[in-house]
Design a protein around this ligand. Structure first.
Ligand SMILES: [Zn+2]
Length: 114
């Protein structure tokens, strides 16, 4: 699974994530509330911030090794996506993966029929 997160000069590694949703991304992708506070571009949740990407992923790795297998894969998949809960994100990822699998099965069948 490929990571969409990219460092750029302006964002200086800052990673933000929703206090009330699952959205996370570079600070450069955040929207702003009328008072200037960064927020989720979808639900306007206020954000927590990590000083850099490594610190963010350290926390993710710790959580995964603490009895939550697949957490990192889920988090990487849902970068830039806003869900109310991680449970909702898990369901959406499972659905997307199964759609991809159906698509590749169809392609395979079409290939066999040519
Ligand atoms: Zn959100």
């Amino acid at each position: 699974m490929k990571l969409k997160y990219e460092f750029d000069a302006e964002s200086k590694d800052r990673v933000v994530y929703g206090a009330n949703c699952t959205w996370w991304d570079s600070i450069m992708k955040a929207a702003q509330l009328p008072n200037g506070i960064p927020c989720c571009p979808f639900c306007k949740s206020v954000l927590f911030e990590f000083p850099n990407f490594e610190a963010f992923m350290d926390g993710v790795d710790k959580y995964e090794s603490d009895g939550h297998p697949g957490y990192k894969k889920l988090l990487i998949w849902e970068q830039g996506k806003c869900f109310r809960t991680m449970e909702d994100a898990t369901k959406a990822m499972a659905l997307e993966i199964s759609i991809d699998e159906v698509g590749s099965q169809i392609k395979k069948l079409e290939g066999e029929n040519q």
